[in-house]
Design a protein around this ligand. Structure first.
Ligand SMILES: *Cc1c(COP(=O)(O)O)cnc(C)c1O
Length: 393
Protein backbone atom coordinates (compact mmCIF):
# COMPACT_ATOMS: atom_id res chain seq x y z
CA UNK A 1 0.00 0.00 0.00
CA UNK A 2 1.41 3.42 -0.95
CA UNK A 3 2.41 5.86 1.77
CA UNK A 4 -0.70 8.05 1.58
CA UNK A 5 -3.84 8.25 -0.56
CA UNK A 6 -3.08 10.60 -3.47
CA UNK A 7 -6.63 11.77 -4.13
CA UNK A 8 -7.82 12.40 -0.60
CA UNK A 9 -7.28 15.55 1.42
CA UNK A 10 -4.85 15.04 4.28
CA UNK A 11 -7.40 15.26 7.07
CA UNK A 12 -6.27 12.09 8.85
CA UNK A 13 -2.90 10.53 9.61
CA UNK A 14 -3.96 7.26 8.03
CA UNK A 15 -2.34 3.98 9.08
CA UNK A 16 -1.12 1.78 6.24
CA UNK A 17 -3.82 -0.84 6.68
CA UNK A 18 -7.34 -1.29 5.27
CA UNK A 19 -9.93 -3.69 6.62
CA UNK A 20 -12.06 -5.73 4.29
CA UNK A 21 -14.46 -7.30 6.76
CA UNK A 22 -15.38 -7.52 10.41
CA UNK A 23 -17.31 -9.66 12.84
CA UNK A 24 -18.16 -8.56 16.35
CA UNK A 25 -14.93 -7.27 17.93
CA UNK A 26 -12.72 -8.66 15.16
CA UNK A 27 -11.49 -7.11 11.92
CA UNK A 28 -9.59 -8.66 9.02
CA UNK A 29 -7.29 -6.66 6.76
CA UNK A 30 -6.98 -7.04 3.00
CA UNK A 31 -4.38 -9.81 3.51
CA UNK A 32 -6.69 -11.76 5.83
CA UNK A 33 -4.78 -10.86 9.01
CA UNK A 34 -7.05 -10.74 12.08
CA UNK A 35 -7.11 -7.86 14.58
CA UNK A 36 -8.89 -7.36 17.89
CA UNK A 37 -10.71 -4.04 17.76
CA UNK A 38 -10.40 -2.01 20.97
CA UNK A 39 -11.47 1.23 19.24
CA UNK A 40 -14.85 0.30 17.72
CA UNK A 41 -14.53 3.08 15.14
CA UNK A 42 -14.00 5.52 18.05
CA UNK A 43 -16.96 4.45 20.20
CA UNK A 44 -19.24 3.91 17.20
CA UNK A 45 -19.67 0.19 16.51
CA UNK A 46 -20.76 -0.72 20.03
CA UNK A 47 -22.84 -3.65 18.74
CA UNK A 48 -19.87 -5.01 16.82
CA UNK A 49 -19.00 -5.18 13.15
CA UNK A 50 -21.39 -6.84 10.70
CA UNK A 51 -24.13 -7.04 13.32
CA UNK A 52 -26.77 -9.20 11.59
CA UNK A 53 -29.77 -7.39 13.12
CA UNK A 54 -28.45 -3.99 12.04
CA UNK A 55 -27.72 -5.39 8.58
CA UNK A 56 -31.32 -6.71 8.28
CA UNK A 57 -32.84 -3.45 9.49
CA UNK A 58 -30.77 -1.53 6.92
CA UNK A 59 -31.59 -3.92 4.09
CA UNK A 60 -35.31 -4.08 4.89
CA UNK A 61 -35.67 -0.32 5.15
CA UNK A 62 -33.57 0.26 2.01
CA UNK A 63 -36.06 -1.93 0.19
CA UNK A 64 -39.00 0.19 1.39
CA UNK A 65 -38.08 3.87 1.81
CA UNK A 66 -34.80 5.75 2.34
CA UNK A 67 -35.77 9.39 2.42
CA UNK A 68 -38.77 11.65 2.21
CA UNK A 69 -37.88 15.02 3.90
CA UNK A 70 -38.94 16.59 7.16
CA UNK A 71 -41.81 18.33 5.35
CA UNK A 72 -43.65 15.08 6.06
CA UNK A 73 -44.10 13.04 9.19
CA UNK A 74 -41.59 10.21 9.59
CA UNK A 75 -42.88 7.45 11.90
CA UNK A 76 -39.44 5.91 12.52
CA UNK A 77 -38.15 9.35 13.56
CA UNK A 78 -41.06 9.83 15.95
CA UNK A 79 -40.48 6.39 17.41
CA UNK A 80 -36.75 6.96 17.90
CA UNK A 81 -37.40 10.39 19.43
CA UNK A 82 -39.83 8.90 21.93
CA UNK A 83 -37.56 6.02 22.86
CA UNK A 84 -34.50 8.23 23.39
CA UNK A 85 -36.56 10.70 25.42
CA UNK A 86 -37.92 7.94 27.65
CA UNK A 87 -34.43 6.59 28.24
CA UNK A 88 -32.88 10.00 28.97
CA UNK A 89 -35.67 11.96 30.66
CA UNK A 90 -35.70 14.44 27.78
CA UNK A 91 -38.89 15.58 26.04
CA UNK A 92 -38.13 16.38 22.39
CA UNK A 93 -35.54 15.34 19.82
CA UNK A 94 -33.93 16.94 16.78
CA UNK A 95 -32.14 14.52 14.43
CA UNK A 96 -29.05 15.27 12.38
CA UNK A 97 -26.13 13.30 10.99
CA UNK A 98 -23.13 13.70 13.28
CA UNK A 99 -21.88 14.73 16.69
CA UNK A 100 -20.75 18.15 15.57
CA UNK A 101 -24.19 18.83 14.10
CA UNK A 102 -25.85 17.68 17.31
CA UNK A 103 -23.70 20.18 19.22
CA UNK A 104 -24.47 22.90 16.65
CA UNK A 105 -28.15 22.35 17.41
CA UNK A 106 -27.44 22.63 21.15
CA UNK A 107 -25.46 25.84 20.63
CA UNK A 108 -28.31 27.29 18.58
CA UNK A 109 -30.68 26.44 21.44
CA UNK A 110 -28.35 28.36 23.77
CA UNK A 111 -28.54 31.38 21.45
CA UNK A 112 -32.35 31.23 21.37
CA UNK A 113 -32.38 30.88 25.14
CA UNK A 114 -30.24 34.05 25.28
CA UNK A 115 -32.64 35.85 22.94
CA UNK A 116 -35.57 34.85 25.17
CA UNK A 117 -33.67 36.18 28.20
CA UNK A 118 -32.67 39.40 26.38
CA UNK A 119 -28.97 38.69 26.68
CA UNK A 120 -27.42 40.47 23.69
CA UNK A 121 -23.83 39.16 23.96
CA UNK A 122 -24.38 35.62 25.21
CA UNK A 123 -21.61 33.30 26.31
CA UNK A 124 -21.54 29.53 26.62
CA UNK A 125 -19.32 28.13 29.33
CA UNK A 126 -17.02 25.40 27.96
CA UNK A 127 -14.10 23.43 29.35
CA UNK A 128 -10.39 23.22 28.82
CA UNK A 129 -9.37 19.96 27.18
CA UNK A 130 -12.86 19.41 25.76
CA UNK A 131 -13.85 18.14 22.34
CA UNK A 132 -17.11 19.05 20.63
CA UNK A 133 -16.45 18.72 16.89
CA UNK A 134 -14.83 20.34 13.87
CA UNK A 135 -17.42 22.77 12.50
CA UNK A 136 -16.63 26.44 13.05
CA UNK A 137 -18.86 26.74 16.12
CA UNK A 138 -17.96 23.40 17.67
CA UNK A 139 -14.22 23.84 17.10
CA UNK A 140 -14.47 27.16 18.92
CA UNK A 141 -16.21 25.33 21.78
CA UNK A 142 -13.45 22.71 21.78
CA UNK A 143 -10.72 23.24 24.39
CA UNK A 144 -7.71 22.27 22.32
CA UNK A 145 -5.48 24.91 20.69
CA UNK A 146 -4.44 22.39 18.00
CA UNK A 147 -8.05 22.26 16.80
CA UNK A 148 -8.24 26.09 16.65
CA UNK A 149 -4.93 26.76 14.92
CA UNK A 150 -5.32 28.25 11.45
CA UNK A 151 -9.06 28.77 11.75
CA UNK A 152 -9.07 32.14 13.49
CA UNK A 153 -11.04 34.28 13.95
CA UNK A 154 -12.89 31.81 16.17
CA UNK A 155 -16.62 32.17 16.66
CA UNK A 156 -17.06 34.37 19.73
CA UNK A 157 -19.36 33.67 22.65
CA UNK A 158 -17.45 31.07 24.64
CA UNK A 159 -15.87 31.37 28.05
CA UNK A 160 -13.55 28.58 29.16
CA UNK A 161 -12.67 27.14 32.54
CA UNK A 162 -10.67 24.08 33.70
CA UNK A 163 -12.65 20.81 33.64
CA UNK A 164 -13.97 19.30 36.84
CA UNK A 165 -13.26 22.51 38.77
CA UNK A 166 -16.49 23.78 40.30
CA UNK A 167 -14.75 26.74 41.95
CA UNK A 168 -13.81 28.07 38.51
CA UNK A 169 -17.45 27.84 37.45
CA UNK A 170 -18.53 29.72 40.60
CA UNK A 171 -16.11 32.50 39.69
CA UNK A 172 -17.67 32.78 36.25
CA UNK A 173 -21.17 32.75 37.74
CA UNK A 174 -20.21 35.63 40.03
CA UNK A 175 -18.50 37.75 37.36
CA UNK A 176 -20.06 36.99 33.97
CA UNK A 177 -23.75 37.90 33.72
CA UNK A 178 -23.90 37.04 30.00
CA UNK A 179 -23.45 33.30 30.42
CA UNK A 180 -26.57 31.47 29.20
CA UNK A 181 -25.48 27.84 29.05
CA UNK A 182 -22.76 25.35 29.86
CA UNK A 183 -21.60 22.60 27.48
CA UNK A 184 -19.71 19.75 29.13
CA UNK A 185 -18.74 16.09 28.61
CA UNK A 186 -19.42 13.66 31.49
CA UNK A 187 -16.10 11.99 30.63
CA UNK A 188 -13.65 13.86 28.44
CA UNK A 189 -12.88 11.35 25.71
CA UNK A 190 -10.63 13.00 23.12
CA UNK A 191 -9.19 15.00 26.01
CA UNK A 192 -7.59 11.88 27.49
CA UNK A 193 -10.36 9.88 29.24
CA UNK A 194 -11.06 12.07 32.26
CA UNK A 195 -14.28 11.23 34.11
CA UNK A 196 -15.80 14.15 36.03
CA UNK A 197 -15.66 13.61 39.79
CA UNK A 198 -18.80 12.53 41.60
CA UNK A 199 -20.24 15.82 42.81
CA UNK A 200 -19.16 17.97 39.87
CA UNK A 201 -22.18 17.58 37.58
CA UNK A 202 -24.52 17.93 40.58
CA UNK A 203 -22.90 21.18 41.64
CA UNK A 204 -22.97 22.35 38.02
CA UNK A 205 -26.70 21.56 37.86
CA UNK A 206 -27.28 23.75 40.92
CA UNK A 207 -25.35 26.64 39.39
CA UNK A 208 -27.30 26.27 36.15
CA UNK A 209 -30.57 26.44 38.07
CA UNK A 210 -29.46 29.44 40.11
CA UNK A 211 -28.36 31.43 37.03
CA UNK A 212 -30.85 30.23 34.38
CA UNK A 213 -28.13 28.54 32.36
CA UNK A 214 -29.03 25.64 30.10
CA UNK A 215 -27.13 22.57 31.21
CA UNK A 216 -26.03 20.96 27.95
CA UNK A 217 -24.26 17.60 28.14
CA UNK A 218 -22.21 16.36 25.20
CA UNK A 219 -22.96 12.61 25.22
CA UNK A 220 -21.68 12.05 21.69
CA UNK A 221 -19.00 9.65 22.96
CA UNK A 222 -20.35 8.73 26.41
CA UNK A 223 -23.96 8.11 25.36
CA UNK A 224 -25.69 4.88 24.32
CA UNK A 225 -24.36 2.73 27.10
CA UNK A 226 -20.65 3.37 26.68
CA UNK A 227 -19.97 4.35 30.31
CA UNK A 228 -22.16 1.69 31.94
CA UNK A 229 -25.42 3.68 32.02
CA UNK A 230 -27.50 4.72 29.01
CA UNK A 231 -26.03 8.22 29.29
CA UNK A 232 -23.00 9.45 31.19
CA UNK A 233 -24.91 12.11 33.12
CA UNK A 234 -27.01 9.38 34.77
CA UNK A 235 -24.07 8.44 37.01
CA UNK A 236 -24.58 11.82 38.70
CA UNK A 237 -28.35 11.41 39.11
CA UNK A 238 -29.03 14.81 37.54
CA UNK A 239 -31.33 15.97 34.73
CA UNK A 240 -29.68 18.13 32.07
CA UNK A 241 -31.66 20.51 29.86
CA UNK A 242 -30.04 19.40 26.62
CA UNK A 243 -28.02 16.34 25.59
CA UNK A 244 -26.32 15.52 22.31
CA UNK A 245 -25.79 12.07 20.81
CA UNK A 246 -24.18 10.54 17.74
CA UNK A 247 -21.36 7.98 17.53
CA UNK A 248 -22.96 4.69 18.73
CA UNK A 249 -26.54 5.73 17.93
CA UNK A 250 -26.34 4.17 14.45
CA UNK A 251 -23.63 1.55 15.06
CA UNK A 252 -21.79 3.03 12.08
CA UNK A 253 -24.73 4.42 10.15
CA UNK A 254 -24.46 8.25 10.41
CA UNK A 255 -27.00 9.75 12.79
CA UNK A 256 -26.88 12.41 15.50
CA UNK A 257 -29.46 13.81 17.87
CA UNK A 258 -30.01 16.78 20.14
CA UNK A 259 -32.53 16.11 22.91
CA UNK A 260 -34.00 18.70 25.24
CA UNK A 261 -36.53 19.06 28.01
CA UNK A 262 -38.48 21.87 29.64
CA UNK A 263 -38.14 25.33 28.12
CA UNK A 264 -35.20 24.22 25.99
CA UNK A 265 -37.44 21.67 24.24
CA UNK A 266 -39.78 24.46 23.06
CA UNK A 267 -37.19 26.93 21.72
CA UNK A 268 -37.05 25.79 18.09
CA UNK A 269 -39.93 26.67 15.83
CA UNK A 270 -40.20 26.25 12.03
CA UNK A 271 -37.46 28.17 10.23
CA UNK A 272 -34.98 28.04 13.12
CA UNK A 273 -33.13 24.86 12.28
CA UNK A 274 -33.23 21.95 9.87
CA UNK A 275 -31.25 19.19 8.18
CA UNK A 276 -32.00 17.63 4.80
CA UNK A 277 -30.84 14.15 5.72
CA UNK A 278 -31.43 14.41 9.47
CA UNK A 279 -33.93 11.90 10.83
CA UNK A 280 -34.59 10.07 7.58
CA UNK A 281 -36.43 6.73 7.75
CA UNK A 282 -33.29 4.68 7.15
CA UNK A 283 -31.17 6.32 9.86
CA UNK A 284 -34.00 6.30 12.40
CA UNK A 285 -34.92 2.68 11.75
CA UNK A 286 -31.28 1.76 12.38
CA UNK A 287 -31.33 3.91 15.54
CA UNK A 288 -34.45 2.11 16.77
CA UNK A 289 -32.79 -1.24 16.12
CA UNK A 290 -29.71 -0.13 18.08
CA UNK A 291 -31.95 0.82 21.02
CA UNK A 292 -33.83 -2.50 20.72
CA UNK A 293 -30.66 -4.55 20.90
CA UNK A 294 -29.10 -2.49 23.69
CA UNK A 295 -32.28 -2.79 25.76
CA UNK A 296 -32.86 -6.49 25.14
CA UNK A 297 -29.23 -7.45 25.83
CA UNK A 298 -28.78 -5.00 28.73
CA UNK A 299 -25.69 -3.58 27.06
CA UNK A 300 -25.27 -0.50 29.28
CA UNK A 301 -25.10 -2.85 32.30
CA UNK A 302 -22.77 -5.10 30.33
CA UNK A 303 -20.50 -2.12 29.63
CA UNK A 304 -20.36 -1.46 33.39
CA UNK A 305 -19.38 -5.06 34.17
CA UNK A 306 -16.90 -5.43 31.31
CA UNK A 307 -15.45 -1.98 32.03
CA UNK A 308 -14.81 -2.94 35.66
CA UNK A 309 -13.18 -6.14 34.50
CA UNK A 310 -10.92 -4.36 31.99
CA UNK A 311 -9.98 -1.60 34.42
CA UNK A 312 -9.23 -4.05 37.23
CA UNK A 313 -7.14 -6.30 34.99
CA UNK A 314 -5.10 -3.36 33.69
CA UNK A 315 -4.67 -1.77 37.11
CA UNK A 316 -3.41 -5.07 38.50
CA UNK A 317 -1.11 -5.86 35.58
CA UNK A 318 0.31 -2.34 35.28
CA UNK A 319 0.68 -1.58 39.01
CA UNK A 320 4.21 -0.34 39.56
CA UNK A 321 4.92 -0.02 35.82
CA UNK A 322 7.59 2.70 35.60
CA UNK A 323 5.89 4.58 32.74
CA UNK A 324 2.24 4.32 33.78
CA UNK A 325 0.94 7.42 35.54
CA UNK A 326 -2.69 6.40 35.82
CA UNK A 327 -5.22 3.81 34.63
CA UNK A 328 -8.70 5.31 34.71
CA UNK A 329 -12.07 5.06 33.08
CA UNK A 330 -15.82 4.68 33.33
CA UNK A 331 -17.54 1.67 31.80
CA UNK A 332 -15.90 0.74 28.53
CA UNK A 333 -14.03 4.03 28.21
CA UNK A 334 -10.57 3.33 29.56
CA UNK A 335 -7.39 5.42 29.46
CA UNK A 336 -3.83 4.51 30.39
CA UNK A 337 -1.76 7.63 30.82
CA UNK A 338 2.00 7.32 30.41
CA UNK A 339 4.71 9.69 31.60
CA UNK A 340 5.95 10.09 28.02
CA UNK A 341 4.62 10.70 24.50
CA UNK A 342 3.50 7.32 23.22
CA UNK A 343 1.87 7.83 19.81
CA UNK A 344 4.09 5.05 18.40
CA UNK A 345 2.16 2.51 20.49
CA UNK A 346 -0.69 2.64 17.96
CA UNK A 347 1.53 1.09 15.24
CA UNK A 348 3.23 -1.31 17.63
CA UNK A 349 -0.10 -2.53 19.08
CA UNK A 350 -1.39 -3.16 15.56
CA UNK A 351 1.74 -4.84 14.16
CA UNK A 352 3.00 -6.70 17.24
CA UNK A 353 -0.18 -7.47 19.15
CA UNK A 354 -2.79 -7.29 16.34
CA UNK A 355 -4.71 -4.96 18.62
CA UNK A 356 -6.32 -1.69 17.49
CA UNK A 357 -6.01 1.17 19.99
CA UNK A 358 -5.83 4.96 19.89
CA UNK A 359 -3.59 7.41 21.72
CA UNK A 360 -5.16 10.72 22.72
CA UNK A 361 -3.41 13.91 23.75
CA UNK A 362 -0.08 12.26 22.98
CA UNK A 363 0.33 10.37 26.24
CA UNK A 364 -2.87 8.41 26.91
CA UNK A 365 -3.70 5.01 25.41
CA UNK A 366 -7.47 4.95 24.95
CA UNK A 367 -9.55 1.78 24.80
CA UNK A 368 -13.16 1.81 23.55
CA UNK A 369 -14.03 -1.84 22.89
CA UNK A 370 -17.45 -2.79 21.54
CA UNK A 371 -20.08 -3.44 24.22
CA UNK A 372 -20.72 -6.93 22.81
CA UNK A 373 -17.17 -8.15 23.59
CA UNK A 374 -16.98 -11.50 25.34
CA UNK A 375 -15.27 -11.69 28.74
CA UNK A 376 -12.46 -13.58 27.01
CA UNK A 377 -12.00 -10.76 24.50
CA UNK A 378 -11.85 -8.19 27.30
CA UNK A 379 -9.20 -10.28 29.07
CA UNK A 380 -7.38 -10.60 25.75
CA UNK A 381 -7.37 -6.80 25.30
CA UNK A 382 -5.93 -6.40 28.81
CA UNK A 383 -3.18 -8.93 28.21
CA UNK A 384 -2.23 -7.57 24.78
CA UNK A 385 -2.00 -4.03 26.20
CA UNK A 386 0.07 -5.34 29.11
CA UNK A 387 2.43 -7.17 26.74
CA UNK A 388 2.68 -4.05 24.58
CA UNK A 389 3.63 -1.84 27.52
CA UNK A 390 6.03 -4.43 28.92
CA UNK A 391 8.04 -4.95 25.73
CA UNK A 392 10.68 -2.51 24.55
CA UNK A 393 10.30 -0.67 21.28
C1 LIG B 1 -16.64 12.57 18.34
C2 LIG B 1 -17.16 13.65 19.20
C3 LIG B 1 -17.81 14.78 18.66
C4 LIG B 1 -17.88 15.03 17.17
O1 LIG B 1 -18.65 14.08 16.50
P1 LIG B 1 -18.58 14.01 14.90
O2 LIG B 1 -19.60 12.97 14.56
O3 LIG B 1 -17.19 13.61 14.53
O4 LIG B 1 -18.93 15.34 14.37
C5 LIG B 1 -18.34 15.69 19.52
N1 LIG B 1 -18.25 15.53 20.86
C6 LIG B 1 -17.64 14.47 21.41
C7 LIG B 1 -17.59 14.35 22.90
C8 LIG B 1 -17.06 13.51 20.61
O5 LIG B 1 -16.43 12.46 21.16
Amino acid sequence: MSAAPAYLMHTSARQPVAFSRGQGALLWDSHGVEYLDAIAGVAVTSLGHANPEIASALAEQADVLLHTTNMFRIPWQEQLGERLCRLSGMERAFFCNSGAEANEAALKLARLHATARNVAQPQVLVMENSFHGRTLATLAATGNPAVHRGFEPLMPGFIRVPYDDIEAVRQVAANSPNVVAVLVEPVQGEGGVHPASAGYLQALRQLCDAHQWLMMIDEVQTGMGRTGTWFGFQHAGIEPDVITLAKALGNGFPIGACLARGKAAELFSPGHHASTFGGNPLACRVGCTVVDIMQRDHLPQRAAVLGQRLLAALQLALAGHPEVVSVRGLGLMVGIELNRPCAELVDRARDEQHLLITVTRGTTVRLLPPLICSEAQIDDIASRVTRLLSSQA
